[in-house]
Write a protein that binds this ligand. Structure first.
Ligand code: ATP
Length: 357
């Protein structure tokens, strides 16, 4: 098997800390299988703004094309200057360029039985990632948000047959490998055309997967149901904004954002990216929980393993996920966000000790 090659983008806030931890774990895990990884580091975010007058240089995309995937840290894009002053949201640009339409966001209990949610959670929010209400990336040209006057703002939400069908396809594929249940989230009683189309596509795809139980749920009642009993959900199929909201709820039920891993995947490309933002309140303190990005990196390896039929990569991914479980289940080896005392670096060291074939 050829050496892996990843583009590494640290970003802002806790980005550099959790990226460093993830790379250390990745290298240690690969070493156990006599493998290594070539890493290309590029600046993004505020570091890049200072050096290059933009938070994201377009040539980074070309560099990414030459790599097997990207490990993306967190970005404080809400604090960036306007686009015409160099403030580009790296995550949005990358997702659009590589057409990463599937944001796969698992939420599962890793801390043992929760007193608040004793029934547990083990689900995946399959969030459409390229259209919907995400006005910074949902148009071919221009943005999907405008202000005709200073007292009126309009946001355009676009839902397409292609976008809805392909996210449904991947949702059903995941469901088939899991507990064979999928629920499509919508507000078609109000958004009759757009969510009507989304549901039409999901229903059509569901016919190809008769072994997967298909249900539909209105987004507001879903917010109540996921809190009432999260254990009943397997794959939660959602448009961009609904998926974003519900996945935060799901990860909070599972133990918190610090554990929330995810990938952004298309047909040909995939990146590892934690579900959370740049957590500026804890940046630079060496207390961030790196599990979110370590787990995302494991997901990236699994995605590559499946795509290229490389058993070894799937095994390395499982090894990392198992080491995460083994480390965080122990109350003595947790970071502060989940009730522990370990620093990011101490935690990472423990996790590496727990890597075992
Ligand atoms: P941004 O503006 O970049 O979205 P934010 O602080 O508004 O940042 P998040 O970064 O998602 O939003 O963080 C929300 C809360 O969760 C913060 O209190 C943050 O410290 C905490 N948090 C997020 N990620 C982690 C992590 N990996 N480890 C520990 N705490 C985290």
């Amino acid at each position: 098997m050829k050496n892996l090659k990843f583009l590494v983008l640290e970003g802002d806030g806790i980005g550099p800390e959790i990226v460093k931890a993830s790379i250390n774990v990745l290298q240690a895990a690969l070493k156990k299988f006599d493998m290594s990884v070539d890493l290309i580091y590029e600046d993004i975010g505020f570091v890049s703004l200072k050096k290059h007058k933009t938070t994201f240089r377009q040539e980074i995309l070309k560099i990414g094309e030459e790599c097997d995937g990207i490990i993306l840290g967190t970005c404080s894009h809400n604090d960036y200057p306007p686009t015409n002053e160099g403030g580009l949201n790296p995550s949005g640009v990358i997702r659009k360029y590589f057409d990463l339409y599937a944001n796969v966001r698992p939420a599962k209990n890793r801390l043992g039985k929760s007193t608040k949610f004793p029934m547990g959670i083990d689900c995946i929010v399959m969030r459409e990632n390229t259209e919907g209400f995400y006005s910074d990336r949902n148009m071919y040209q221009g943005v999907g948000e405008l202000m005709p006057t200073k007292d009126c703002a309009i946001s355009i939400r676009n839902i397409t047959r292609k976008g809805s069908t392909r996210i449904a396809e991947i949702g059903f594929k995941y469901a088939q490998e899991r507990r064979k249940k999928l629920v499509a989230i919508h507000k078609a009683n109000v958004l009759r055309f757009s969510d009507g189309l989304f549901l039409e596509c999901a229903r059509e795809v569901s016919k190809k997967y008769p072994d997967v139980e298909y249900k539909e749920q209105i987004v507001d009642s879903m917010s109540a149901l996921i809190i009432r009993d999260p254990s009943v959900f397997d794959v939660i199929l959602a448009t961009n904004l609904f998926g974003d909201n519900l996945s935060d709820a799901a990860s909070e039920i599972a133990g918190g954002l610090g554990l929330a891993e995810s990938i952004n995947a298309g047909d040909d490309y995939c990146i590892a990216q934690a579900q959370h933002g740049s957590a500026p309140d804890i940046a630079g303190k060496n207390i961030a929980n790196p599990v979110s990005l370590i787990g995302s990196t494991a997901m990236l390896l699994d995605w590559l393993g499946k795509k290229n039929n490389e058993e070894k990569l799937k095994k390395i991914s499982t090894m990392i996920e198992n080491a995460i479980d083994k480390t965080v289940i122990n109350k003595e080896t947790r970071t502060p966000d989940i009730g522990g005392k370990l620093s990011t670096t101490e935690f990472t060291k423990k996790l590496i000790e727990n890597l075992g074939i």
